[in-house]
Write a protein that binds this ligand. Structure first.
Ligand SMILES: [Zn+2]
Length: 108
């Protein structure tokens, strides 16, 4: 899931925790149905931990799991054309639709 080692770094962990403390609810959910944020996302995709945008507070947003999955499943980070359709072969969480796929055998 993590494309960069930065997402397992202590520095990212501290920044993420500070962001979730400052913005504990999802910033993309409708205002009348805000879920608790569990992910911190880069608004503008970053190239790695030497990218200044990676550590820029203004480039961070708190997202719930659902909104984060929906964004990353079809975001520019993955080279996908912006669309509401799920990716071919995967559900909106990025799991294979095919029940015979090895990933489908693992617990979610
Ligand atoms: Zn949300």
């Amino acid at each position: 899931m993590a494309r960069f080692s930065l997402y397992s770094s202590e520095r990212w962990f501290r920044l993420r925790r500070a962001k979730l403390a400052a913005s504990p609810v999802c910033e993309l959910c409708p205002p009348d149905d805000r879920r608790q944020a569990t992910c911190v996302d880069h608004k503008t995709p970053v190239q790695g931990d030497n990218d200044p945008l990676c550590w820029a507070w203004s480039n961070l947003q708190s997202l719930c799991w659902s909104c984060h999955s929906a964004k990353t499943a079809r975001g520019r980070e993955h080279g996908a054309v912006k669309t509401n359709k799920p990716r071919k072969g995967c559900d909106k969480f990025g799991r294979p639709i095919d029940p015979s796929h090895p990933w489908a055998q693992k617990p979610a």
